[in-house]
Design a protein around this ligand. Structure first.
Ligand code: HEC
Ligand code: HEC
Length: 254
């Protein structure tokens, strides 16, 4: 699908919206990319333990070669075309390395990724992580079709992403994943911006069902608490909002 974007930088920043007209898209109405304000200071967290073992900081150049096998599913530029595979472009080195370590030790279960992670050493994991971190995530489009109550489909998700729901104890997603969805490399909060909605929705459903990855001290249950009370409709809307979320200034500069 070819996209023509109309994204005045100043207007996009001040309105927080960036319109993208998809040529030949099947949805009714103009699909929307949802852009955001600049990222805030990182939140402080305790460091998790795995994938840091003997490996030194990743080397993106070495990682490029080691990532050749990944392109078939995750895309040559880290932006997978097939939405069943998550985008890795722009994801942080340590988050990627940690996920690969968990696939390898089986604490994050996926039969396909088990095979690919098993052949990687801790250093390989950091190198491929460093490589994908250098690539740019391409934003998708949020579904702005009008719902029964007259709001746009992505707006329920936008509200939760930006403000959470105090009464239900749901924190704003941006507190950890950043206003523009870039995540927080230091704390290993993954980047979400532009991710395929289907993948995001599947992960949120799994978190809601109590699935957390990692063993013992390395088990990170934060998303299980965050997602506990999300409805299916909220998950779909959040996933759509996140697919269209991007840094307005970065896209305007491309
Ligand atoms: C045959 C297709 C395929 C190939 C090749 C492949 N992956 Fe994956 N990858 C997947 C699928 C499917 C998932 C989602 C699994 C899940 O839901 O946990 C995934 C998930 C991931 C994730 C987790 C992403 C996230 O946001 O949490 C990482 C990291 C990853 N792959 C890295 C790699 C690397 C590095 C390689 C190459 C060494 C690779 N993959 C090769 C199919 C593939
Ligand atoms: C307190 C910090 C925090 C908050 C708030 C938070 N998250 Fe997360 N999120 C995380 C962490 C940490 C992970 C990675 C978990 C892991 O690796 O085990 C994560 C993972 C995810 C993933 C999986 C990403 C991937 O690539 O597989 C999605 C999707 C996600 N969060 C969406 C959300 C949404 C939507 C909200 C708001 C409703 C939210 N998060 C609020 C910390 C947070």
């Amino acid at each position: 699908m070819s996209l023509r974007r109309y994204c005045g930088m100043t207007a996009a920043v001040s309105l927080g919206l960036c319109l993208a007209f998809a040529v030949g898209a099947q949805d009714e109405g103009a699909p929307v990319q949802v852009s955001a304000s600049p990222d805030m200071e990182p939140a402080q967290t305790t460091e998790l333990t795995d994938a840091h073992g003997p490996a030194v900081a990743g080397d993106a150049a070495a990682g490029a070669g080691k990532a050749a096998a990944c392109a078939a599913c995750h895309g040559a530029d880290g932006n997978s075309v097939d939405p069943q595979y998550p985008k890795l472009a722009g994801q942080s080195e340590r988050y990627i390395a940690r996920q690969l370590a968990m696939y390898k030790d089986g604490s994050r279960q996926d039969p396909v990724m088990l095979g690919f992670a098993s052949i990687l050493s801790p250093q390989d994991m950091r190198d491929v992580g460093a490589y994908f971190a250098t690539l740019k995530a391409l934003p998708g489009i949020a579904d702005d079709s009008t719902t029964e109550d007259g709001s746009k489909f992505y707006q329920v998700g936008e509200k939760l992403y930006r403000g959470g729901d105090l009464e239900r104890g749901i924190p704003a997603c941006l507190a950890c994943h950043g206003p523009s969805g870039r995540g927080n490399p230091g704390s290993m909060y993954p980047a979400l911006a532009g991710q395929h909605a289907g993948y995001t929705a599947r992960k949120l459903e799994a978190f809601r069902d109590g699935q957390a990855w990692g063993k013992d001290n390395n088990r990170n249950t934060v998303m299980v608490d965050v997602a506990a009370t999300l409805t299916n409709a909220e998950i779909q809307s959040l996933a759509s909002y996140i697919e269209g979320l991007h840094d307005a200034a970065e896209v305007a500069a491309q």
